[in-house]
Design a protein around this ligand. Structure first.
Ligand code: GTP
Ligand code: MG
Length: 175
């Protein structure tokens, strides 16, 4: 099956997004505390593709060696996995992209994989803050000379689900 990988910092809402895609309340375990997901988990959300949930990037409270191991594994996965159709790069829409986000974007770009940016927790933003969030992401992409689709999502309201699935289907069917 084609795979769709979710990357992003701890607490950004990776596991929550899987539940949105699967229309299940707690298929993937979520937590208000960062560092919840500690292993790579594969979920079959429908009959066309598998979603891969990964530990959060740059999580400070995990031991250095554990973090290095995850990041090595993730790097290997993104570079080598034959059935990986698209990377979903999640960022919290409330915050400017961090160093970890930029490093991840650069790495995904270098891997040559198709990617989408997912701006999570959009329910927490007003109109003006939303515009700012979109332009921050556009700037970060410009700096790397990449042009990925951007989808705003909310695990609370389900916003962005259909749009995201349309993009994902497009990549999945072209692998
Ligand atoms: P790790 O497994 O630690 O890497 O975190 P994660 O990226 O899987 O985040 P998770 O899905 O566990 O969500 C973290 C927290 O953010 C939880 O308290 C979620 O309820 C909350 N959250 C996630 N998505 C949204 C969203 O779209 N809106 C709001 N308001 N809260 C969200
Ligand atoms: Mg998680």
């Amino acid at each position: 099956m084609p795979e769709v990988a979710l990357l992003g910092r701890s607490n950004v809402g990776k596991s929550s997004l899987i539940n949105v895609l699967a229309r299940r309340r707690s298929l993937a375990k979520t937590s208000a505390h960062p560092g919840k997901t500690t292993t790579f988990n594969l979920y079959c959300v429908d009959h066309d593709f598998v979603v891969v949930d990964a530990p959060g990037l740059g999580y400070a409270r995990t031991s250095r060696s554990e973090r290095d191991r995850w990041e090595r594994e993730l790097a290997l996965y993104v570079r080598k996995r034959e059935r990986l159709a698209v990377v979903l790069m999640l960022m919290d829409s409330r915050h400017a992209p961090t160093e970890v986000d930029r490093d991840t974007m650069r790495f995904v770009h270098d891997s040559g994989r198709p990617a989408l940016i997912v701006l999570t927790k959009s329910d927490k933003l007003s109109g003006n803050a939303r515009t700012k969030a979109l332009s921050r992401v556009a700037n970060a992409m410009n700096a790397l000379a990449v042009e990925w689709p951007v989808v705003e999502t909310s695990a609370k309201t389900g916003r962005g689900r259909e749009e995201l699935l349309e993009w994902v289907d497009r990549f999945v069917s072209s692998i």
